[in-house]
Design a protein around this ligand. Structure first.
Ligand code: TRP
Length: 356
């Protein structure tokens, strides 16, 4: 996949209007309202959302329609949706400058998704590794929505003609599919350049945060052990306890990057430190080389509490003010629909849907 830095040179990203406004393009990203947010979600996605808002026009979506591809308790879905919106705000996304909204409230996503279901090929969908993982052994029993999930994701992005999407490693394949759908639509309907071929924005250190109990497994909300992850709403005591208990090995801290690479638990903690400190991992390795883990863990705890504490506290505060969160979402829906409506109308015309 081309580097994000080459995006400016890409021919059909519709960049001119953004450049005229001093922006690099339009960003769309989505987070599912399922389960608690953890450090991996924060460092891999949400923290970056705030960092992009000066350079891009940003739309941040809580993808509640994606969530129900696996059954969700209705009461929890609503409160989790607010919680993700609160996390965006707590991480510094400005709801007045950007659109923060929930997917189901902008029906254009679903409308475009149907058209994309008819553009995407079954053969493409069959290659999606996330479906295979989530469907597990009992694939016959998976929902049709879980299978079509990536076509809805393509619609999330292209209903805004987003030029860039910040993604983690695990979503790269879905973004490739989005690009394939855009290209096939443009070809099939003789509409060259209609949809942009969206570029991924991949962030540096610690886009992959691993479990604190097993440095070879991704940090995950579905891990049965809460000690495997740091939740965004964990207080200082919980953070300290989890870092103290984090798995290490009996040797002193790695001396070099090559040494760290061979020791996944140490490597993961060093990566987390570097990301939280906004420093290069090599530099952090140099600082703690040969020291005891206990000393490093004390420094990591202090740093994690300093960086995450305020975010968690602000989330808790916002969760007690659902009226405010809902008003941010309503404003976001309005902004999003103002962009999506005319694009969907264009798509309908292009496809040949009669407007009687
Ligand atoms: N599939 C993404 C995930 O599980 C969530 C998502 C849905 C998304 N629509 C999106 C991410 C559009 C980026 C852009 O993490």
């Amino acid at each position: 996949m081309p580097d994000a830095n080459t995006a400016a040179a890409a021919p059909n990203l519709h960049l001119a209007p953004y450049q005229a406004r001093g922006l690099k393009g339009r960003i769309l990203s989505g987070v599912q309202p399922t389960g608690n947010l953890h450090l991996g979600n924060y460092l891999g996605a949400i923290r970056n959302f705030a960092r992009l808002q000066g350079d891009y026009e940003c739309l941040y979506c809580v993808v509640d329609m994606h969530a129900i591809t696996l059954w969700q308790d209705p009461k929890e879905l609503a409160s989790q949706t607010r919680e993700i919106a609160a996390a965006f705000l707590a991480a510094g996304v400005d709801g007045a400058r950007n659109a923060i909204f929930n997917q189901s409230a902008v029906p254009e996503h679903a409308q475009l998704a149907w058209i994309f279901n008819c553009v995407a090929r079954v053969g493409w969908m069959n290659r999606m590794t996330q479906f295979k993982e989530k469907a597990g052994k009992d694939r016959e029993n998976a929902s049709l929505g879980l299978y079509a999930y990536p076509a809805l994701m393509a619609a999330d992005i292209l209903i805004y003609k987003a030029t860039h999407v910040p993604v983690g490693e695990d979503q790269k394949q879905h973004l490739e599919l989005t690009r394939d759908i855009a290209i096939k639509f443009n070809n099939d309907y003789h509409a060259p350049g209609f949809f942009p071929v969206t570029e991924p924005l991949i962030f540096g250190a610690a886009t992959r945060v691993m479990s604190l109990r097993d440095g070879t497994k991704k940090m995950s909300k579905s891990d049965p052990s809460d000690f495997s992850r740091i939740n965004l709403t964990d207080d200082a005591d919980a953070i300290a306890q989890k870092i103290r208990r984090a798995k290490t090995d009996p040797h002193p801290m790695p001396e070099t990057a090559a040494d760290a690479e061979k020791r996944p638990d140490a490597d993961n903690l060093l990566g987390i430190y570097a990301a939280l400190a906004d420093r290069a991992k090599d530099e952090v390795i140099g600082e703690f080389a040969g020291k005891q883990f206990s000393e490093f863990k004390a420094a990591l705890t202090e740093l994690a509490v300093a960086r995450l504490g305020p975010v968690g506290a602000e989330m808790q505060r916002l969760m007690k003010d659902p009226g405010h969160v809902d008003s941010v979402l309503r404003a976001g829906v309005e902004k999003a629909r103002a962009i999506a409506g005319p694009i969907l109308a264009d798509v309908y015309r292009t496809v040949g849907f009669l407007k009687p």
